[in-house]
Design a protein around this ligand. Structure first.
Ligand code: SF4
Length: 494
C-alpha cells in the first residue's frame, strides 16, 4: 500500500503543498517518500528528491524554499514488492519519452512483463511501477506521441489510447499519477478500480490548483479544495501544463474496490467510494451489534485495539448501550525492526496503554478490524486477562482472511494467515487467540457498512476469487513469497 499525490498550479510553485499532502498520507507508506517536479517556464523535468523513512523524516527538515516546480508528483511507499531501500522508492523516471511516474497497488503478471520489456529496456529497480513505466513508454512511442500537432491530438489520439493499450497488458491493481514532459500531468486507475484515487480543484487568486491524491484527507489537510471526486475505474485524466483538463473512462471491468481500505487502511476523515471512512467504520460496529445481538446481555464493556477499530467499537457500544473504552493508543511510537517474538510482543504492547479499572472484573468485547496473523489480538487478550478481565470476547469487522492479497496490501502467505491455518475453523481460531469467543462480521454486513454491494468489492482475500483472473496469480504468489523471505520485511504493528 502506498500514497500518491500530484499537484499542478501553473501560477506558482507547489512543493510545500506536495510535502504537506505527503505528511497527511503518511499512514499509507512508512518505508520511503519522494517527489519529482517539473518547472513549467523552463521546460525542465527534474530528478526526484527521495529518502528512506516516513515523509516527515525525509522532508521535515529539508529546505525546499528555493524549488520552483509548478507541477509535482509525490509518493509514500509501503513496500509490498521490491525492497525497503532507496533504490526501490518512487517516483521513477524515463527519458524516452520523458515521463515521471508513481503508483499505488501491485502488478501481478510480473514475469510476463519482465520477459517482454527486458528485450528493449533496462530494469533499474525491483519496484513494480517500472513495468507500468515501460508499458506506457512503449505505448506512447508506438503512437509517435511526439508528432502530435496539438494538445487535443496528443491526449485524444495518443495518451488515452496508450493507457488503453497499457490496460490490455498490465494486470493487477494500480492507481497511477505521472507527468509527460513537456505536455502535462496525468492520472489513471486500473479497469477494476481496486485502489482509490481522487481529484479536486482549488480556485486561487492567480489561477487554479489541480490535485490528485490517494485519499481525500489530503485535500482536507491542505484546505480550500472543491469538487472532490473519486476517479472512476478505468478512467484517465490528463491536465496540460497550461491547465486544460481532459478525462475519459477508457475501459471498465467488474468493479473490485478494496474493502480493506475502508475497514482498516484509510484515514477516518477521507471520503471513499461514496461515504466517509469514519461513518463506515461506525456502521461496521452497529452492524456487528445487530449480527451478534445475542452477546449483548453478557458483555459489560466494549473496547478497541487502536486505532482503526475505534469507531466500530464505539458503534457497537452505542448500539448496545454499553460502556466504551479501556485501551488507548500511545501515539506515534515507532516500530523498530522486530527480530524475535519478544520484540514483537513489546512493540505491540508499547503502542497501547491499558486502563485497569475498566478491565478488571469485567466481561470485555475487544473489537479489532481484521484478523491477519492473530498475533496482535492474542497479545492484547492475554494482557486483558493479566489485568483481571473476567472474560474476553473478540469481535472483527471483517470476514476471515483466508487468502493472501496480491493487490498492494501486505498480508502474508497462507502459512502465516491464522484463518487459512485453521481452515476457517472458528473454534480453532478462538483457541489460538486465547479469547472466550471470536466473532467475524459477515461479508454482507461488512459491505453494507462500507457502502458497496458485494458484487462491487474485491473478495480475493476472503474467497480466493481474484478479480483480475487467476492466470498470473499462482505464479506471482510463489514469486512474492520467495521475495518476502529474501527481504524479511519489517512487520508494522497497528
Ligand atoms: Fe483488498 Fe483483500 Fe482485495 Fe487485497 S485481496 S485488494 S486486501 S479486498
Amino acid at each position: 500500500m502506498c500514497a500518491i499525490v500530484a499537484i499542478l498550479a501553473g501560477h506558482r510553485p507547489v512543493v510545500q503543498d506536495v510535502r504537506d499532502a505527503l505528511f497527511s498520507l503518511e499512514h499509507r507508506g512508512p518505508n520511503s517518500s519522494g517527489m519529482c517536479g517539473y518547472n513549467i517556464p523552463e521546460n525542465r523535468l527534474r530528478l526526484p528528491l527521495r529518502g528512506v523513512g516516513r515523509s516527515q523524516e525525509v522532508f521535515g527538515s529539508m529546505d525546499l524554499s528555493g524549488i520552483e516546480w509548478q507541477a509535482i508528483i509525490g509518493h509514500n511507499r509501503y513496500a509490498t514488492s521490491g525492497s525497503n531501500l532507496l533504490t526501490d522508492s518512487q517516483p521513477l523516471l524515463s527519458t524516452t519519452p520523458p515521463i515521471a511516474i508513481a503508483h499505488n497497488g501491485e502488478v501481478v503478471n510480473v514475469r510476463q512483463l519482465t520477459e517482454k520489456f527486458s528485450q528493449k529496456h533496462v530494469y533499474f529497480t525491483e519496484c513494480d511501477v517500472e513495468h507500468i513505466l515501460h508499458s506506457l513508454s512503449e505505448q506512447l512511442n508506438d503512437r509517435k506521441y511526439y508528432r502530435a500537432n496539438s494538445i487535443d491530438d496528443l491526449v485524444e489520439t495518443r495518451v488515452f489510447p496508450a493507457i488503453e493499450g497499457l490496460f490490455q497488458e498490465v494486470e493487477g491493481a494500480y492507481a497511477v499519477v505521472g507527468m509527460l514532459a513537456p505536455y502535462g500531468m496525468f492520472a489513471f486507475k486500473d479497469p477494476h478500480g481496486i485502489r482509490p484515487l481522487s481529484y479536486a480543484v482549488k480556485q486561487e487568486e492567480g489561477g487554479k490548483v489541480h490535485m490528485f491524491a490517494s485519499e481525500s484527507t489530503a485535500f482536507n489537510f491542505l484546505g480550500g479544495f472543491q469538487d472532490i471526486r473519486e476517479l472512476e475505474r478505468g478512467e484517465a485524466v490528463f491536465i496540460s501544463f497550461d491547465g486544460a483538463v481532459y478525462s475519459k473512462v477508457i475501459e471498465q471491468r467488474q468493479q473490485a474496490a478494496c474493502r480493506f481500505e475502508k475497514v482498516y487502511f484509510g484515514f477516518p476523515d477521507s471520503d471513499m467510494w461514496g461515504s466517509k471512512i469514519y461513518d463506515a467504520r461506525t456502521q461496521l460496529g452497529i452492524n456487528f451489534g445487530k449480527q451478534y445481538e445475542h452477546l449483548k446481555d453478557m458483555i459489560e464493556v466494549v473496547m478497541a485495539i487502536p486505532n482503526a477499530s475505534i469507531p466500530a467499537a464505539q458503534g457497537v457500544a452505542w448500539y448496545w448501550n454499553k460502556p466504551y473504552g479501556g485501551i488507548f493508543s500511545r501515539g506515534n511510537v515507532r516500530s523498530f525492526l522486530q527480530t524475535n517474538e519478544e520484540d514483537r510482543i513489546n512493540a505491540i504492547l508499547n503502542k497501547m496503554c491499558f486502563i485497569k479499572s475498566r478491565i478488571e472484573g469485567n466481561v470485555v468485547l475487544l473489537m479489532d478490524d481484521t484478523e491477519v496473523r492473530g498475533l496482535t489480538s492474542k497479545i492484547v487478550i492475554k494482557k486483558l486477562y493479566d489485568l483481571g478481565a473476567k472474560e474476553v470476547y473478540l469481535g472483527l469487522t471483517f470476514p476471515p482472511i483466508r487468502h493472501p492479497c496480491v493487490y498492494g496490501i501486505d498480508t502474508p502467505d497462507y502459512d502465516e494467515l491464522i484463518a487459512a491455518q485453521c481452515n476457517g475453523d472458528i473454534a480453532e481460531i478462538t483457541r489460538r487467540t486465547g479469547a472466550k469467543g471470536v466473532y467475524f462480521l459477515s461479508e454482507e454486513n461488512t459491505d453494507n457498512a462500507i457502502g458497496i454491494s458485494t458484487s462491487g468489492v474485491c473478495r480475493a482475500c476472503v474467497t480466493g476469487q481474484y478479480p483480475t483472473g487467476s492466470n498470473s496469480i499462482q505464479q506471482y504468489k510463489a514469486e512474492r513469497k520467495e521475495q518476502r523471505l529474501k527481504c524479511k520485511p519489517t512487520i508494522i504493528t497497528p
